[in-house]
Ligand binder design. Structure first.
Ligand code: C5P
Length: 400
């Protein structure tokens, strides 16, 4: 847990047995220097006494919509304005249904409607309730409205059943909030799809063609976009990096699978960043048995893969489309050609085959070109470069 939160977190506790875990959550958030105020539904108060949350947060607990004393001290609108983040943990099936319908019949549902800050929910419920079609429809609707969903996890449940529906662990929720920087919400409310890593093009059951991409740049971009408040989908080729907390990760192997995953998921995304090193060619046929060595010379017939970036850029409702160009020579010329030939909004070019930067390195430097400008991002750690590039994308999008 590197970063601190240092902000106003409005923690809403709804009525589930997981409410007891939220007491620990308050403690962890405060350790990260967040100021925490707690709202409890009437059902939540049946599980944990408000005094517990009052003592841990150091602030009075709010539970009434029309409480004259609390309305004077901090009405629901003021409470919503005070928050930099609204975090609902646990979020019951009932409160998720209310949010998705826009009901406002108690303090929490009213706060949700009044909140203009990023909203995170950590669902907790019985596995059958979670899997019910209507709950999944409600969740999908909330995600499309920009709500970020943390968990739920899988495992033994308080009801004795086993499955999906356990509230995410307080430490995981805290890590995700730490990964978002409320001061740098340049992409808040936007959905960003990033493709990262290499692809593997199988020759036979044991061999494949791939490249030296480690996926570090794409994963750093996913972290930076999350920090900037975006909802992130990461389509990843085979890499040995762990999934960024809070991102939806779709794992693929081949260029064809990456193309399918990107095209199936791109709708609704405001930004696409093609940071993957997609194979340009794939074996025409995959042999189903191991190819035996015989002749001294042999030939592979390769066929061109579909260009994912160009396909996204040619969509009718296209996102802001950003490509990468890894070049060994004539960097500016090739990058600018790609920008216009693939009809991109922006291209980030980097040298490969040099001592520093590029594939499998912790560092990178980028030469970024767009239709009306260019910028050099000097050699730095890939995480820093990623944050600069995300901010540049946000700036250029707002100018468009
Ligand atoms: O044309 P070239 O492969 O050099 O362009 C690199 C850019 O195009 C990268 O952003 C890469 O992710 C993307 N690309 C793609 N589909 C391919 C090949 C490259 O999206 N089949």
């Amino acid at each position: 847990m590197g970063a601190t939160i240092n902000k106003h977190i409005l923690l809403a506790v709804s009525g589930g047995i997981a409410a007891y875990k939220s007491a620990e959550l308050v403690r962890l958030l405060r350790k990260q220097r967040a100021e925490v105020r707690v709202v409890m539904t009437h059902a939540a108060i049946q599980f944990v006494a408000p005094l517990t949350f009052q003592s841990l947060s150091g602030n009075p607990v709010h539970s009434e919509l029309l409480d004259s004393a609390q309305e004077n001290a901090m009405g629901h609108i003021n409470l919503a304005r005070w928050a930099d983040v609204l975090l609902v943990a646990p979020a019951t099936a009932n409160c998720i249904a209310k949010f998705s319908q826009g009901l406002a019949d108690d303090l929490l549902s009213t706060l949700y409607l009044a909140a203009t800050c990023p909203v995170y929910i950590a669902p907790a419920m019985n596995q059958a309730m979670w899997n019910k079609a209507v709950t999944q429809e409600n969740i999908t609707k909330l995600i499309s409205h920009g709500v970020k969903v943390i968990g739920p996890g899988k495992g033994d449940q308080a009801c004795g059943e086993n499955g999906l529906g356990r509230m995410a662990e307080p430490s995981e929720i805290c890590d995700i909030l730490c990964a978002t920087d409320p001061d740098r919400l340049s992409l808040a409310g936007n959905k960003v799809l990033i493709s990262a890593g290499p692809t593997r093009e199988p020759l036979d059951p044991v061999r494949y063609i791939t490249n030296r991409s480690s996926g570090k740049m794409g994963y750093a971009l996913a972290h930076a976009a999350l920090k900037a408040g975006a909802q992130v989908t990461l389509v990843s080729g085979p890499v040995s990096l762990s999934a960024p907390l809070g991102a939806k990760v779709i794992r693929v192997e081949t260029a064809a699978e990456m193309h399918a995953a990107v095209m199936e998921n791109i709708a609704g995304h405001a930004v696409y960043i093609g940071a993957a090193a997609v194979a340009d060619y794939s074996p025409l046929v995959m042999q189903h048995e191991k190819i035996k060595k015989s002749a001294d010379l042999t030939t592979l017939t390769l066929t061109k893969t579909k260009d994912i970036l160009a396909a996204v850029a040619s969509l009718d409702k296209r996102p802001y489309t950003v490509g990468f160009a890894a070049e060994t020579h004539e960097l500016e010329l090739y990058a600018k050609n790609k920008l216009s030939q693939k009809n991109l909004d922006m291209i980030a070019a980097n040298w490969v085959g040099h001592d520093e930067g590029g594939f499998d390195s912790e560092q990178n430097a980028l030469q970024v070109f767009w239709k009306t400008g260019q910028k050099t991002l000097e050699m730095a750690n890939k995480n820093q470069i990623a944050m600069q590039l995300i901010d540049l994308i946000a700036d250029c999008m707002s100018e468009k």
